[in-house]
Design a protein around this ligand. Sequence first.
Ligand code: GUN
Ligand code: FE
Length: 416
Amino acid sequence: MEIYYGNIAYSKSKTELVCHKNSYIVVDNGKVISIFDKLPVEYQKYQIIDYKDSIIIPAFSDLHVHAPQYPNRGIAMDELLYDWLNKYTFPLESKYKDPIFAKEVYEKFIEDLLRHGTMHASIYATIHNEATDILINLLEEKGIRSFVGKVNMDKDSPDYLIEDTLESIKNTEIFIKKHQNNLYAKPIITPRFAPTCSFELLKKLGELGKKYNCGTQTHIVESLWEREEAKKCYPGCTSDMRIYERADLINKPFIAGHFIFPSEEDIEILKKYDGYAVQCPNATVNVIAGIMRTGYLLDNDINLSYGSDISAGEYLGIYRGISDSIRLSKIKSFYENDDRSITFKEAFYIATKKSGEIFGNVGSFEEGYEFDALVINNMSDSFIDLSIEEMLERFCYLGETKDITHRYLRGKEIII
Ligand code: GUN
Ligand code: FE
């Protein structure tokens, strides 16, 4: 049994941010038992870990991130998607045929993910099996709840980063079989996006998904170029989502990266299969150039989540995604007039409880949730008194990794 004292905050729903000032959170076997303002007698015999005026919050989840692109973050940010992929991203990804290079990067990537307070993630690797095995094994060893995909791409890709269709299927099946019984890091089927995948590939991946009960992640209507290119490649399909439905590749969880320019048909299909749309607020303004209708999708009960999308996005911290997402929703509603702006409560909920739900009971401190938690500086100064919610909001706008002072994964402190 462990007891932590401090200011405790977590989301219950998109309208409810629960804040307990100067309270105790009781954790047993890595799971939350309860939160008390006054510690009941039966718990008073246990040692209390005193975090004073710090804030204790659930760890973040990142539902769209490319681990191999980690070395490219913060460069080529003046390009748009097509050129950024061809000039910078594909050449870097081709280096992962070298497992030594892969191990070096993937170790650093995971360490930095944790440093930024993200403890659950849905991750793209590359087309290479050996490097992808290294990534998923590192995550499994560390007990990080995650989905990891060996990327598939069999057309319209450079010679140095393309697969033969049947080889791609064979290697995906080998990858899934090897890791399907993992406890924490699970395989997910990862066709890169419609423009680089043949229909035969998508159909066969759909069969693998059914056979191994494996979800799918991909990029969906992420830019106007991509949306039109997908329709050109698949003339019978009136929307990006329809391509995956025709291929019978919408297995659970279905994680749709970006989802910036969806038609009503895209929305209808995503909703029908209970899929997740991932806003990557950072990447959106760097190489993609479009803003998701977050308020509209929230109001239409679409599962919304956040991703860093390293390296189209430059910053790993999902807390910065929260502030960027709020800012973008204002621009969208004020200048384009087709959305409403979202609240801090909504954005914090999306980043923690909502994005966490695909990994199990993580992202909140309700009873039975895993104690995957961050202790953060309270961000106050002597000028005005801030409520816990305001301190948390300030952390999402001004906070840096140095403001995350402790990290817990299932009740065990992680030292970085
Ligand atoms: N579309 C296809 N591949 C990628 C990628 O690696 N990153 C982003 N942001 N979009 C993509
Ligand atoms: Fe991406």
